[in-house]
Design a protein around this ligand. Sequence first.
Ligand code: KG4
Ligand code: ZN
Length: 333
Amino acid sequence: MILAIETSCDDTCAAIMDGDRLSASIVSSQTEFHALYGGVVPEVASRHHLELVNPVIAEALEAAKVSLSEISRIAVTNRPGLIGALLVGVSTAKAIAYSLGVEFVAVSHLEGHIAANYLSPEPMEPPFVCLVASGGHTSIVMVHDYRRFDLLGQTLDDAAGEALDKGARLLGLGYPGGAEMDALAACGDPEYITFPVGLNKQGNLDFSFSGVKTALYYKLKKLGGEEIETHMADIAASYQASVVKALVGKTIAAAMANDCAQICLSGGVSANSELRRRLFEACDSQDIRLRIPPPELCTDNAAMIASAARYLSAIPFPEYLSIGAMASGGFAA
Ligand code: KG4
Ligand code: ZN
């Protein structure tokens, strides 16, 4: 029985997994607090995690109808993320593991997003290429099996969700703006403006979204108020199209280069309707199977951390007491 904790950014999450069955997944979002500032404020996030972590764990145990004494393994995200935010989860997990005398597992957030694909309703089996696109990360990973990964590409600057949120902000939309831009773009012309696609050379699987953001900034300056007002949806659609083009093109290229006929998507940006449509079309034309987990498993949650923890080795006592939180970091602990 696994109790998993995830506090890497602005969601306080706990989940219980009984063998291969997910029995509870609780997410307490702090979005409304950060919306006041137009982005996640690390110190505010840490303070909220401190207040929320115990009640969220209690809620998960209650929802799963499980007592702490039945837990045999504690899993926690320890990288990458906001240090202060991660530390709340890591310290809580250490304290629970120590007091119960049970196993402790440190999980990479990225590995968690990948492991969301192993959960019901449609569990996916490796090998597959996974695109993780959220407000914090944009990575393409070759998942050979449950324990073996190759990072094929990642963003060199902004994450895809961050680029959409910052673009939305320039357009005067709310925070986080990805979903609002998606809705606005639905009635716009994606060819109204041709925005640049970063690192668009064949074979390059890394991303760069800072150029498109700067291009939007200068475009808006040039266009002026009236044209922006009239063509708001067209501008949003064109901007979003550039981000989606990079995500789809590089993910398909990664699958083809690795002779892989399965693609999975994870992270909050996978809710984007244009990305889903374009990726389904592209996969269809290449005979690639595409799987996108339900939205609650794509955005940050602790179910994915529990899922990943099933395949990781526990860190013995007392070594786990010195496990730290890391702002960056990939797969191996
Ligand atoms: O995975 P997530 O919930 O948290 C992070 O780890 O960042 O992803 C949040 C990101 C935000 O940037 C948000 O704007 C984006 O996902 N997002 C969307 C949509 N819904 C959420 N981006 C584009 N289209 C959407 N429909
Ligand atoms: Zn995430």
